[in-house]
Design a protein around this ligand. Structure first.
Ligand code: FMN
Length: 192
C-alpha cells in the first residue's frame, strides 16, 4: 500500500470497525497507513476481534484509544462511545467484516460497539467482508450483503485465493490497495 503521499488524508477522520476474523491483522496495516497519511483513525473492536489482534496494536499505530465495548464509563465527552465515535467522522470502514457482523448490521442489531455505532451513523460506510469461501457463498450471507448494498453501503468485494482455512476460493479480504482506493473515493465524495 502506498504510504508516500504524506498529508493526503490530513484532517480526515476515519472510523475503523474490526470484527472477528483471521484477516483482522491486515486491518492494522490499513490503520497505520491512513494514520501516516494524516487521518485520525478511531478503531472500534468487537469482542471476537480482540481474540485475533490486541487493541494495543491499533492503539500503537493510530495513537488513539480503541473502543472495545458499549459500557465504557470513562468517556469524558459526556456522550456514550457509540455516539461520540462517529460524531465528526468522515467515513466508517469495517474491515474485516465477519459473516456474523454482516448479519447483525443488515438486521439493525446494536449489541456490540461496531453495530451500535453504525446505528447512530448516517455517513458513508465501506464494508470489507472476509471469510471462508463456503461462508461467502451461503445464501444467508449473500442476502445480507444485498440488503447492505440496497442501503448504499459500499462493499469491497472479497478476493479469490488462498484462505486461512486451507481452501481456495472467493472470501479473502479484498487487497488492501483496493480497499484504500475505495476509501480515497469515499472520502473525496464527502469533501466539501
Ligand atoms: C480461528 C477462527 C477464525 C475465524 N475466521 C473467520 C473469518 O475469517 N470470517 C468470519 O466471518 N468468521 C470467522 N470466524 C468466526 C467469527 O469469529 C465468529 O462468527 C464471531 O462470532 C464473529 O464475531 P463478530 O462479528 O462480533 O466479530 C472465525 C472463528 C475462528 C475461531
Amino acid at each position: 500500500m502506498n504510504d508516500d503521499p504524506q498529508g493526503q488524508y490530513e484532517g480526515r477522520r476515519i472510523i475503523l470497525g474490526v470484527t472477528g476474523g483471521i484477516a483482522a491483522y491486515k486491518a492494522a496495516e490499513l490503520a497505520s497507513s491512513w494514520t501516516q497519511r494524516g487521518a485520525e483513525v478511531r478503531v472500534l473492536m468487537t469482542p471476537a476481534a480482540t481474540r485475533f489482534v490486541t487493541p494495543l496494536t491499533f492503539e500503537s499505530v493510530t495513537r488513539q484509544p480503541v473502543v472495545q465495548g458499549i459500557w465504557n464509563a470513562d468517556n469524558k465527552s459526556g456522550r456514550p462511545d457509540h455516539i461520540d465515535s462517529g460524531w465528526e467522522g468522515d467515513l466508517f470502514v469495517v474491515a474485516p467484516a465477519s459473516a456474523d457482523f454482516i448479519a447483525r448490521y443488515s438486521h439493525g442489531f446494536g449489541d456490540d460497539i461496531v453495530c451500535l455505532t453504525l446505528l447512530a451513523w448516517d455517513g458513508p460506510v465501506l464494508v470489507a467482508p472476509a471469510m471462508n469461501d463456503k461462508m461467502w457463498a451461503n445464501d444467508a450471507v449473500q442476502q445480507n450483503v444485498e440488503t447492505l448494498r440496497g442501503r448504499r453501503v459500499t462493499i469491497a468485494e472479497p478476493g479469490v485465493g488462498h484462505l486461512a482455512c486451507g481452501s481456495h476460493g472467493p472470501g479473502r479480504l479484498a487487497d488492501l490497495d483496493e480497499i484504500d482506493q475505495l476509501v480515497f473515493e469515499l472520502l473525496g465524495a464527502t469533501q466539501s
